[in-house]
Design a protein around this ligand. Structure first.
Ligand code: WTA
Length: 629
């Protein structure tokens, strides 16, 4: 790999980086390619199993693949208990800084203690293996503690991003039939307080299954506590039931670990299901090789635990690797645009993993802000969530990485659970390309009829080999799982992205080809935004599209047909924007609301968003033969 002549703009990792790396490129790709199951079995053996698996991969009921069948384990045991038995007992597992400057840290010992105590609290509320527990808060340690407590007792966690609002939370509570909701009173964002408990109260009025609500005190602002339903986390954690010792639930490798809702092509958000065994092996191994986690590293993934990036690479991946993970609560620019650089200097962060939108956002403030800080501790950088434009890549490389930190541009999805197309620190990089599939994975780019496209041609990105952290099903909807991912090209997993592959075999992601919009790296569905709009009394019909935006990557534009008797006005447009913010969340607020008299539709009544997009961009809408009018 290293002696291949590559075309285009290429960056080679330094000798030091290559020497330091766990990943020896040639060996790793060769081994995994020749023996996929052997590769994953070797990785799995580095973790603890109460009982070893019988089979690495069971594809007898594909596309319902199973991994490590017959194996018994528990991801929380591997995240905490395993380390507490070693020299890592007193090593920091988590360092946390609040937006308001507060600071907390947890050793592996204390993180296990807190999660055991909380697991006992959950048990005392009747939570059992297989029950769903929803968590809704900002980036605070209790989120991690809550997730680990659920995993410990075999409950299925469903984390709802703290930037979502009433209807999004309600929908997820209802669909998952959650018994317990863990919520923070509020969270700090850009110096302001988001009143999460208040949002939850409104969502709970619409949701019937929740029996208990546990409230974490973060801001101390007054909140409504409903007698018989709401309890303070800190009070429960001080009761004798919150015992330090909590037996681990021995889980089958294929037992569910969590569900995470994400936006799909049509309709309601869908619950992606991940398991204890395969997911654990996948995230452990990918983080180890890609970010080259070493014992003395301080690793910072700046995503939110409410999204898959946080699940896999703030919570589970780092803990499985016995690493020290750093978590920051607030906005990168609060109170000034040097907050992140200050954090890197203060804590000596070695690895920074973030999204292109954050890089572009910080780039706007100029180099002087990062240049005021000592960033020399950094060794590896990462990017995720959307394609990184070469300009932002170069800035990240030069200004933040000082041209010595390789940038791991990792392509993956909520469904994949782990990195799929990603560099390893031993390989040459091209700005804007995630390079190649992780060792052992086979992917391809196909045309409409399923033939591989030629080099540099655009097509549908598919995955041809199963992988351990893969989605197992859509919770409560196995049929939709098969239809959505495995039916366009039978036998292949459909990613929903379009991509091209250059003459060196490097992949370049172009973007979503379905109705998913990536706004600042967050995944939203046009359907969610549209249904929020039509839930307003003035709206008859609505359409949402994503259009390119300098910082956010994409921004949401909406078109609305009003009901008879309502007048178009600036005021109403603003009211509708606020309404979407209130129902879905501030990230979903449209950039603009345009009133129209009709929407382009197919004869079967489907809105042709492609036509709206082309019109907005002043482009040719292409084939419109199916257009009704
Ligand atoms: C996009 C986030 C280009 C892609 C982990 C994918 C990316 C969707 C990259 C999944 C990347 C993610 N380069 N595009 N490095 N990473 N994407 O489920 O469109 O929130 O399908 O998972 O994000 O978004 P999700």
């Amino acid at each position: 790999m290293s002696d291949q002549q590559l075309s285009g703009e290429v960056y080679y990792p330094s000798k030091e980086v290559i020497k330091h790396a766990h990943a020896k490129c040639d060996e790793l790709y060769k081994f995994a390619e020749e023996n996929l199951e052997g590769f994953w079995a070797k990785e799995a053996k580095e973790l603890h199993w109460f009982k070893k698996w019988n089979k690495v991969l069971d594809d007898s009921e594909k596309p319902f693949y199973k991994w490590f069948t017959g194996g018994k384990t528990n991801i929380a045991y591997n995240c905490l208990d395993v380390h507490v038995e070693t020299f890592r007992r007193n090593k920091l597992a988590l360092i946390w800084e609040g937006e308001n400057g507060e600071f907390r840290s947890f050793s592996y010992f204390s993180l296990r203690r807190e999660s055991c105590k909380f697991a006992n609290v959950l048990k005392s509320l009747g939570v059992q293996k297989g029950d769903r527990v929803t968590l809704y808060m900002g980036r605070i340690p209790e989120l991690m503690i809550g997730m680990l407590a659920c995993a410990r007792i075999g409950a299925i966690h469903s984390v709802v991003y703290g930037g979502f609002s009433v209807e999004s939370l309600h929908e997820r509570l209802e669909d998952s039939q959650s018994k317990v909701l863990i919520v923070a009173d509020g969270s700090y964002q850009r110096g302001k307080i988001v009143q999460l408990k208040k949002i939850a109260d409104e969502a709970l009025q619409r949701a019937a299954t929740v029996e208990s609500v546990l409230v974490v005190k973060r801001t101390g602002e007054p909140v409504n506590m409903e007698a018989g339903r709401d309890m303070w986390y800190h009070e429960l954690m001080n009761l004798p039931i919150a015992n330090n010792a909590c037996n681990i639930e021995v889980m089958d490798a294929e037992d569910p670990l969590f569900i995470l809702y994400t936006s799909g092509t049509t309709g309601k958000p869908k619950a992606i299901l991940h398991t204890h065994g395969g997911y654990m092996v996948g995230v452990y191994s990918t983080l180890k090789y890609v970010f080259d986690i070493h014992e003395d590293d301080r690793y910072w993934c700046a995503a939110d635990p409410g999204w898959i990036t946080g699940h896999s690479y703030i919570v589970y991946g780092p803990l499985l690797n016995g690493a020290t993970s750093f978590m920051y609560e607030g906005a990168p620019t609060h109170p000034y645009p040097n907050r992140w650089w200050q954090i890197i200097e203060k804590y000596g962060i070695n690895i920074l993993y973030t999204a292109p939108t954050a890089i572009r956002g910080l780039m706007r403030f100029g180099e002087a802000w990062p240049n005021r800080h000592d960033l020399s501790s950094l060794r590896i950088l990462g990017s995720v969530g959307e394609p990184i434009n070469p300009e932002a890549w170069r800035w990240y490389n030069r200004v933040i990485g000082k041209e010595k930190c390789p940038i791991m541009d990792t392509w993956w999805q909520t469904e994949t659970g782990m990195f799929m197309i990603t560099p390893l620190p031993c390989m040459p990089l091209k700005p804007g390309s995630g390079t190649k599939p992780f060792p052992g994975l086979q992917m391809d780019i196909l045309d409409e009829s399923g033939n591989p496209v030629k080099a540099n041609e655009e097509g549908f990105l598919v995955i041809k080999t199963p992988w351990p952290a893969m989605i197992r099903t859509l919770y409560n909807d196995p049929e939709r799982y098969v239809n959505q991912y495995w039916s366009k090209y039978p036998g292949y997993y459909l990613t929903g992205d379009s991509a091209r592959r250059d003459e060196d075999g490097y992949y370049w992601i172009i973007g979503r080809v379905d109705d998913v919009i990536k706004v600042s790296g967050y995944r939203l569905g046009t359907a969610e935004i549209e249904s929020a709009l039509v839930s307003h009394s003035a709206v008859a019909e609505a359409a949402a599209i994503g259009l390119p935006h300098d910082v956010k990557g994409h921004a949401i534009y909406t078109y609305v047909i009003l009901k008879a008797g309502f007048e178009k006005s600036e005021k109403l447009a603003e009211e509708l924007r606020q309404h979407v913010g209130h129902e879905v969340g501030p990230i979903a607020k449209p950039e603009s609301v345009e009133f129209v008299d009709s929407l382009p539709k197919t004869r079967s009544g489907k809105i042709m968003r492609r036509v709206l997009k082309a019109k907005a961009l002043g482009q040719d809408p292409g084939n419109i033969s199916t257009l009704e009018d």
